[in-house]
Design a protein around this ligand. Structure first.
Ligand SMILES: [Zn+2]
Length: 414
């Protein structure tokens, strides 16, 4: 047995040393999904891989495809709107509105497609009525794609276009990743502003109470037993759930006020958001991190640490029709380090920054993959002076330092 284990470990090490990980890293979040080293952003559908010098628009890589054929849809089809993606670690699944299907009653339809990671083998799995303010997002767990299907409740007249949110409800539905018939997951009608998540063992329901605060129920999939208000101890407002590396994480967010030094001397009071990260462990939510700048999944769980300084206030255009302006506060928001939480044991590694970055720059993590981060660089001082300074970098760990390499904004598949 011991020998067998040694051989298995040796085989694993061999696989790793060839640069081919034994299993693809994958993750689905509200922002997008990661499959292997490629990240697909929801809605904007920017596609990125740390081994590329640029980000790419959309998924279809067929050089002969014009993405506008009405007969054969492709994942980049301009006929599909509001695209969101999930992955099961092997294929991608897209949920998109297809306005060409809108019928004479004004019923709008969304469609679920399956495809290979390069966008080929684009196959329709399911079409459903989307005539409500239902969630655009799908969930993946246990061989199934979960989605919400909305309907109008408490009203006889379905053709009335003026029904509000309060008259809408939703059912949680699911369909197998290889297609078939969609089925109802829970008998209960959900409030339309609820969100639903699933891992292999549990369902998680986030729903508003009378004050608009979000509560969470956790339903054991095997027994059907629900734990009501199962996140009462969690700080901040519940945001979303992410399944990553076989662990289930909860992100929450709260506003806070604090003081920072001002350029003109003295202190300045500001408000900001603080994000909290919890992991589900032994039936409880256990806090694993806090960050003002949020958490990003992929090759670990990433966040940044920064220092704020108040620069001053300047009148800025509101975008109104008569050249209206509003005073906007400007800050230096200097990123001091990029940090990585190791999912296996929760340890945090801090990296200082070098390369294409200046000491007072703000580094915002846009997405992450096993060997790198896609980060956005801005500078509060430059913006206060009325100039823009935004650019993008690929960030990789080199000799224990987070090294930033400036990339082109956009490219094309080669
Ligand atoms: Zn195409």
């Amino acid at each position: 047995m011991k020998n067998l284990l040694c051989i298995t470990l040796a085989a694993l090490l061999l696989l790793c040393s060839c640069g081919k990980p034994p299993m693809q890293d994958y993750c689905n979040t509200r922002e997008g999904c990661l499959l292997g080293e490629t990240y697909y952003e929801n809605l904007h559908l920017q596609v990125w891989n740390p081994n590329w010098d640029a980000t790419y628009d959309d998924i279809c890589r067929d050089p002969l495809c014009t993405h506008d054929s009405e007969d054969s849809l492709c994942p980049s089809s301009r006929q599909l709107w509001m695209k969101t993606l999930v992955t099961d670690g092997e294929r991608l699944y897209m949920n998109a509105t297809n306005p060409a299907l809108t019928d004479e009653n004004g019923t709008v339809y969304r469609q679920i497609f399956s495809m290979k990671p390069d966008g080929s083998d684009f196959t329709l799995l399911h079409t459903y009525d989307f005539s409500t303010n239902t969630s655009l997002y799908m969930q993946y767990a246990d061989g199934f794609l979960y989605f919400e299907q909305g309907f109008y409740s408490g009203q006889e007249n379905f053709s009335d276009n003026h029904l509000g949110i309060s008259e809408q409800s939703a059912y949680v539905m699911r369909i197998a990743t290889n297609g078939g018939k969609a089925e109802k997951v829970l008998e209960d009608e959900l409030d339309i502003s609820s969100s639903f998540y699933a891992d292999d063992a549990r369902y998680y329901l986030l729903y508003p109470n009378v004050n608009g605060d979000l509560l969470m129920d956790i339903i054991d999939r095997k027994s059907g037993v629900a734990e009501v208000d199962a996140a009462g101890d969690v700080e901040g407002r519940l945001y979303d759930i992410t399944i990553y590396g076989e662990k289930t994480y909860l992100r929450s967010v709260a506003e806070f006020s604090a003081e920072c030094p001002s350029e003109n001397g003295g202190m300045h009071v500001y408000t900001d958001k603080r994000w909290y990260l919890y992991v589900y462990h032994n039936g409880k939510w256990k806090k694993v991190g806090e960050s003002v700048n949020g958490f990003t999944f992929g090759g670990g769980i990433w966040f940044t640490e920064s220092e704020k300084r108040y620069l001053g206030s300047r009148e800025m255009p509101t975008g109104g029709p008569n050249g209206e302006t509003d005073p906007i506060d400007f800050y230096v928001n200097a990123t001091l380090s990029v940090c990585c939480i190791k999912p296996a044991d929760g340890t945090v590694t801090r990296y200082t920054l070098a390369g294409d970055v200046q000491p007072e720059d703000t580094v915002t993590i846009r997405c992450a993959a096993a060997s790198g981060l896609w980060v956005e660089i801005t500078n509060g001082k430059t913006e206060y002076a009325g100039e823009t300074s935004t650019y993008h970098c690929r960030a990789c760990i080199e000799n224990g330092i987070m090294m930033l390499h400036r990339m082109d904004e956009q490219g094309g598949y080669s």
